[in-house]
Design a binder for this molecule. Structure first.
Ligand code: SF4
Ligand code: SF4
Length: 403
């Protein structure tokens, strides 16, 4: 398949027109690769990159804490490590089900409540600042970005699929999202409640851990393929396969925030388009409406004419977002979401260590296979004397027993 290349090499600086007036902004000298390197030759690290580094480190810490917790529950009588709720950020399908249950019955999923909080936060910041969850928060997005930047530095370029191939592959993530939404849409509240109460869902975070710790050859092969793809093609996973990103893109379409270009001061150098991780034609548009725009600000940082590109929110037009402003807004929203959920009891799972241990011992049993999600009620939750199983539903129309 023929591939277009996105070169890492700096293009020749655009010359200002000879008859341009002295004060014309087009006379501004254009530095070489302004978005790439600091004066010491190292890559520039912007605020967004620092936020990505911090959140990636937190994610790794959460993963390690969860692995240690599972190890203790499996092997030690006295468990001293707490189960970190943040691990539920990797359960987006359960979170979607939880939100449907909450919106139709008012019941907040007591099994993996943090999954709902994280999905809600992601949707909120994408509504406010386009698909910013993907470029500011998501650890998978961060890893993808590190891989393509590494590829560009080592190979000297990234590759771009031809337009038809790119469009065809981009439908994959929407197809995946459509499938999950269709399955969840078909389920009634009773079916969702049954699924969320099932031993399978209670242990879905452990199953996810085992995905990495008990990796099959096929899983390993797929991960190697995705890693290689991500080195050569920018945001390979996010651009083509991630249904979470597809959902965030839909929220972003309703966002009042846009990247805007001032055609009066633009010198058509094309650096914004060159540096956009999603290959959006910024240099040709007056504003970017694409659901792919992740609000990463790379185009603004690449633009040599200050003020030509801005990220603006309708109603706040005179105050384009700076990287610092966006960092503070996203960090505050994140902190407020998590602490509100903690204080109000919507963050910690209600599964006790005893119940967790009970299910963990049976993690490989047939009881732990995926329950039916065909709209029929799933197998009822296990009732164990003294182990805090959850109350059954009363009626689908009147709502369910509150957790
Ligand atoms: S570079 Fe600009 S247009 Fe491209 S995704 Fe980032 S913010 Fe959006
Ligand atoms: S908006 Fe894009 S094309 Fe115009 S000056 Fe800035 S980087 Fe160059």
């Amino acid at each position: 398949m023929p591939l277009n290349t996105v070169s890492d090499k700096a293009e020749k600086p655009t010359q200002p027109p000879k008859d341009a007036p002295q004060e014309d902004v087009r006379r501004t000298p254009i530095p070489e690769r302004p978005n790439e390197a600091a004066p010491n030759g190292r890559p520039k690290i912007y605020l967004r990159h620092w936020m990505q580094i911090v959140l990636f480190a937190i994610t790794v810490a959460v993963g390690v804490q969860f692995a240690l917790f599972v190890h203790q529950v499996e092997n030690v009588r006295q468990v001293t490590i707490q189960r970190p709720p943040g691990v539920e950020g990797f359960l987006p399908i359960g979170a979607l089900m939880g939100w449907k249950l909450f919106l139709s019955t008012g019941i907040w999923d007591p099994i993996h409540p943090a999954a709902m909080v994280i999905l809600g936060f992601a949707a909120l910041i994408c509504l406010a600042f386009r698909k910013s969850f993907c470029s500011w928060i998501c650890p998978v997005g961060t890893l993808s970005e590190w891989l393509w930047r590494m590829g560009r530095r080592t190979v000297g370029r990234n590759f771009q699929l031809p337009k038809w191939g790119d469009l065809l592959l981009r439908t994959a993530k929407y197809t995946l999202l459509g499938f999950f939404v269709w399955v969840i849409f078909k389920m009634d509240a009773r079916g969702i409640f049954g699924f969320l109460q099932s031993p399978y869902y209670k242990m879905s975070d452990v199953k996810m851990l085992h995905f990495f710790t008990r990796m099959s050859l096929l899983t390993g092969g797929v991960l190697v393929f995705l890693t290689i793809g991500s080195i050569f093609i920018r945001n390979f996973w996010c651009r083509y396969l991630c249904p979470y990103g597809a959902l965030m893109g839909l929220f972003a379409m309703a966002s009042p925030t846009r990247i805007r270009r001032n055609a009066e001061t633009c010198i058509d150098c094309g650096r914004c388009t060159r540096d956009c991780p999603y290959h959006l034609p910024v240099e040709k548009k007056s504003s970017i409406h694409s659901p792919e725009c992740s609000g990463c600000l790379d185009c603004i940082q690449a633009c040599p004419v200050k003020g030509t590109l801005t990220m603006e929110t309708a109603g706040l037009r005179k105050h384009g977002w700076t990287a610092a402003g966006l960092t503070i807004a996203i960090a505050l929203t994140f902190t407020a979401s998590v602490y509100t959920a903690r204080i109000t009891g919507h963050w910690q799972s209600r599964i006790s260590v005893m119940e967790f241990r009970y299910h963990l011992k049976r993690i490989d049993s047939p009881q732990m296979t995926h329950p039916s999600v065909s709209g029929k009620r799933s197998a009822p939750a296990q009732r164990m004397p003294g182990m805090g199983s959850h109350p059954p539903m009363r009626s689908a129309s009147k709502g369910m027993a509150k957790p």
